[in-house]
Design a protein around this ligand. Structure first.
Ligand code: SF4
Length: 255
């Protein structure tokens, strides 16, 4: 530092101190709280943990952002041709719980966000009843583009259809990469299609719901799709039973 700069800082400091004195201040410095070695070690570990988590979240967010860019320009199957928006997924990259549906519908295609129509609003209520929010879990679909009965008209209502097994197989690697980045402790598949898309099982959703399965080393529990609950509200109690199991698992690690 040049001598002139040093004197300038000194002059400014002196002026500040004089001003403090004029305001009646008698103390300008407090010694830091002294901590014993155990407290210091705990604090150090906590800071390290926070730093590691923050770094992991930043890296995961960036990895998801890059993957989303790939999905937005993907044309690997015919669904990409007529979509209005690819629907990548929303939520936290640092969550233990991931909900997976089959594919976007009309509303999702228009907005580029999963589960925002009537069924999506019901899913949001279920998530909130679990004491969570859409921001603290992760929500995605197996296929990222809108499967339509009449693909020539994305503006047509009642034009949704479930994705075919082939479409799910082509698109599923994006979901696999999302799972690899987020590393949830448990996946909840919503409905028969997404369950079949991940487990390739032959059981009906009423037989398999609530059972604990595994996908790529991650626990997986199938439950009814929220759209099924809108059609048949008597199924709600089964979904709630499943969600209670999930909450217990997230709290205790036991299922
Ligand atoms: S559905 Fe999946 S694989 Fe097909 S175009 Fe969309 S992002 Fe690509």
């Amino acid at each position: 530092m040049k001598q002139s700069e040093y004197f300038k800082i000194l002059k400014l400091t002196k002026r500040s101190l004089e001003e403090y004195k004029n305001w009646g201040e008698t103390e300008i410095y407090k010694a830091p709280i002294t901590r014993n070695p155990i407290e210091k070690s705990i604090l150090k570990k906590e800071r390290q943990k926070t730093f590691t988590t923050t770094t992991k979240v930043m890296n995961s967010n960036e990895e998801l952002r890059q993957l989303e860019e790939q999905v937005n320009s993907c044309q690997k199957c015919p669904l990409g041709k007529n979509r209005l928006n690819a629907v990548f997924g929303v939520g936290s990259s640092n969550t233990d719980l991931m909900f997976v549906g089959e594919g976007p519908g009309y509303d999702e295609d228009h907005k580029g966000e999963p589960f925002i129509g009537r069924a999506g609003q019901l899913l949001t209520k279920i998530i909130e009843a679990m004491g969570k929010t859409r921001e603290t879990v992760y929500i995605a679909n197996i296929v990222k583009c809108h499967p339509m009965i009449d693909p020539s008209n994305p503006e047509k209502r009642a034009n949704d259809r479930p994705p075919t097994q082939e479409e799910m197989e082509v698109c599923r690697h994006y979901l696999d990469m999302q799972l690899d980045i987020i590393k949830p402790k448990i996946i909840v598949t919503l409905g028969a299609s997404s369950t079949k898309g991940l487990l390739n099982n032959g059981e009906s959703i009423s037989e398999i719901r609530g059972a604990v399965k595994e996908y790529n080393g991650i626990k997986l529990m199938p439950t009814y799709h929220p759209a099924a609950l809108l059609r048949n509200p008597s199924l709600k109690k089964f979904v709630w039973e499943d969600m209670k199991k999930i909450m217990r698992f997230l709290e205790t690690g036991k299922i």
